[in-house]
Ligand binder design. Structure first.
Ligand SMILES: Nc1nc2c(ncn2[C@@H]2O[C@H](COP(=O)(O)OP(=O)(O)OP(=O)(O)O)[C@@H](O)[C@H]2O)c(=O)[nH]1
Length: 349
């Protein structure tokens, strides 16, 4: 037994400790002693009391009891108002209150229940009855705390799971070497943009970009240097994308693809041109290649998506243009036949 005097330093947590914790608020020490005796044989019940009713709220806040035994008539404080004050306090609003009253009066009982008391017994009740009431009200309150804790835990777990899923989805869409979109993401983006272009009747452009003579670079400097070169090229291509909907992806090996929604052939040619010349300006040595430096060939295709065409058809057109760029000597851009400027559109270098 302890009379509680503030501040309390112990860390009371009713949720994690499933002990019944009783706070008796009564100014009469004789009642305190009687209740203490009734509960003293029960190791699972913690008993605390406060004889100064003015300190009841602050004590209860710190102690977080599982049940409050509350006298009604005390000096300076109206017991009914005190019950009201528990109910108005966020941390005590649900704590069960058993009124321990000197009077067996129906009006007092009605008033007590009206302001939020959970029970009413006349002092001093039988020991067994008091124990039963304390246990009954505490058990209900502890279940409520456990349920709230379980909900909090569940909500936190669900949030963690959702965050992890978002992270996984991001990772699943990225190429692990370069950090740009991977082939899977490219397929999704192109499909979505094809549908959007079809709805909006807006041109969709695709650039297929392939590093020239990259095998020679690998053969000369090794695979690790090759990887570093791929990262630099990915960074350059990313730098030239201006709109949020533009996407650069690693299509595979040393090949990159750039999706340019709502972009006509002229606009796509400008971006392709900036990318090609920037990569040449990096001046990455590739001594066994005809240019002597790392360069890039780009095949460009533009189309207004329609029911007749397919996204795969657009890829085939850009691929064909890339093949011609390679065939015509590399380090150049060739626009595919479906663009407004038909056939053999080349960047003016
Ligand atoms: N370092 C490195 N090399 C790669 C990677 N993926 C593909 N390659 C290499 O890229 C080279 C591509 O060679 P090719 O397909 O013959 O093409 P190329 O040498 O670039 O010649 P052209 O495209 O005709 O200009 C091969 O040596 C591949 O091993 C990669 O992730 N890292």
């Amino acid at each position: 037994m302890s009379e509680v005097t503030l501040p309390i330093t112990a860390d009371y947590q009713a949720v994690t400790q499933f002990k019944v914790r009783v706070l008796l608020v009564d100014d009469q020490l004789i009642i305190v002693e009687a209740v203490r005796r009734m509960l003293s044989d029960h190791a699972d019940i913690e008993f605390h009391y406060v004889t100064d009713p003015a300190a009841a709220i602050a004590t209860a806040r710190q102690l977080q009891p599982t049940v409050i035994l509350q006298d009604l008539v005390m000096p300076g404080v109206d017991g009914i108002n005190l019950i009201r004050a528990y109910r108005d306090d966020a941390s005590l609003a649900q704590v069960p209150v058993i009124v321990l009253s000197a009077r067996d009066n129906p009006q007092l009982k009605a008033n007590s229940f009206a302001v939020g008391a959970n029970d009413y017994v006349v002092k001093l009740p039988d020991r067994l009855e008091l124990l039963a009431r304390i246990r009954y009200h505490s058990a209900g309150y502890i279940s409520r705390l456990q349920r709230d804790e379980a909900f909090r835990f569940l909500r936190a777990s669900q949030k963690n799971l959702a965050d992890a899923n978002i992270e996984l989805q991001k990772l699943a869409a990225l190429d692990s070497l370069t950090g740009i979109a991977n082939r899977r993401r490219f397929d999704e983006v192109l499909r979505a943009e094809w549908q959007r272009g079809k709805r909006d009747k807006k041109p969709l452009s695709l650039l297929m970009c392939d590093i020239d003579c990259f095998k020679m670079y690998n053969d000369t400097f090794g695979h690790l240097a090759g990887d570093l070169c791929l990262k630099k090229v990915a960074a350059v291509l990313t730098e030239h994308l201006m709109r949020p909907a533009d996407v650069v992806a690693r299509y595979g090996g040393e090949e990159f693809a750039i999706v340019l929604p709502d972009t006509d052939e002229r606009g796509a040619l400008l971006i392709a041109s900036a990318c090609r010349s920037h990569i040449e300006q990096l001046a990455i040595d590739n001594p066994r290649a005809p240019n002597g430096v790392i360069s890039m060939s780009i095949g460009l295709a533009t189309i207004v998506p329609s029911h007749e065409g397919t996204a795969e058809g657009l890829i085939a057109m850009a691929d064909k243009a890339l093949y011609r760029a390679k065939h015509d000597g590399r380090n150049r851009i060739v626009a595919g036949p479906a663009g407004p400027h038909n056939d053999n559109q080349r960047e003016n270098r």
